[in-house]
Ligand binder design. Structure first.
Ligand code: AMP
Length: 229
């Protein structure tokens, strides 16, 4: 971890926001950065899918919306994040993957972090051209047990159709199917893309070219995070 551990020892609390459309690689990068930096990865998509798997009231409310590619109501997400970022594993910091997705969620996050608009988030906007997003989403396969993701061409499992970690048969997420993808991208354009402007004046805002290999993108994010801290 190099400089990261020194910063943690000095008590720095790193808060990272990963912006970008579905398929930009946010989940993959969030997982790697969290492991490298020893901070929590918070994926609202994973939390909601977990709630659905457990049949909780939140899951029951979210399921039909997610299946069609819509956005779950802001109040539910804000409540979920407010509780999550105060758990002990976030003491050294956290990386948000999939939140905020609307202006209202961004404002909610500012206020829960003591918000006068100057809270020091590091914000990465990961950009990927639309045809490549469609290629990634249509080929994505998912393990319903451990939530690991694969791609039929660029990141296939070792044994065809089976998760490398727990051998569960891989499936295509309902919301990675064509009609839901179109809806998710439309929601992104209408409600999430405006966040780029909301954050772009901040000193720790970085636009990232996500149309490169996982390792190259990770190297850039990790390097910037080192400098930011
Ligand atoms: P993801 O795994 O991040 O692609 O999220 C999958 C789905 O979960 C999204 O298409 C939304 O339906 C829902 N979701 C995840 N995060 C949020 C959020 N911050 N606000 C609203 N809905 C969300």
């Amino acid at each position: 971890m190099g400089g990261g551990s020194a910063d943690v020892a000095a008590g720095a609390r790193v808060r990272v926001i990963l912006l970008g459309p579905p398929g930009a690689g946010k989940g993959t990068q969030a997982g790697r950065l969290a492991a490298e930096r020893g901070i929590a990865r918070i994926s609202t998509g994973d939390m909601l899918r977990d709630a659905i798997a457990h049949g909780t009231p939140l899951g029951q409310q979210a399921a039909p919306i997610m299946e069609k590619g819509g956005l779950v109501p802001d109040e539910l997400l804000i409540g979920l994040i407010e509780e999550r970022i105060h758990r002990p594993d976030c003491a050294q910091g956290y990386i948000l993957d999939g939140f905020p997705r609307t202006l209202r969620q961004a404002e909610g996050l500012e206020s829960m972090e003591g918000g006068d608009g100057t809270t020091s988030f590091v914000i990465f906007d990961v950009e990927v051209p639309r045809p490549e997003l469609l290629r990634r989403l249509s080929g994505r396969r998912w393990c319903p047990t451990c939530q690991a993701t694969y791609h039929v061409e660029s990141n296939p499992p070792t044994r065809p159709g089976l998760c490398d970690w727990d051998s569960t048969p891989l499936i295509q997420r309902e919301d990675d199917k064509e009609s839901a993808v179109a809806q998710r991208l439309a929601e992104y354009d209408k409600r999430t893309a405006p966040l780029i402007e909301y954050y772009s004046g901040r000193s720790r805002f970085h636009r990232i070219d996500g149309n490169r290999s996982v390792d190259v993108v990770f190297g850039e994010l990790n390097g910037l995070l080192g400098v930011c801290r």
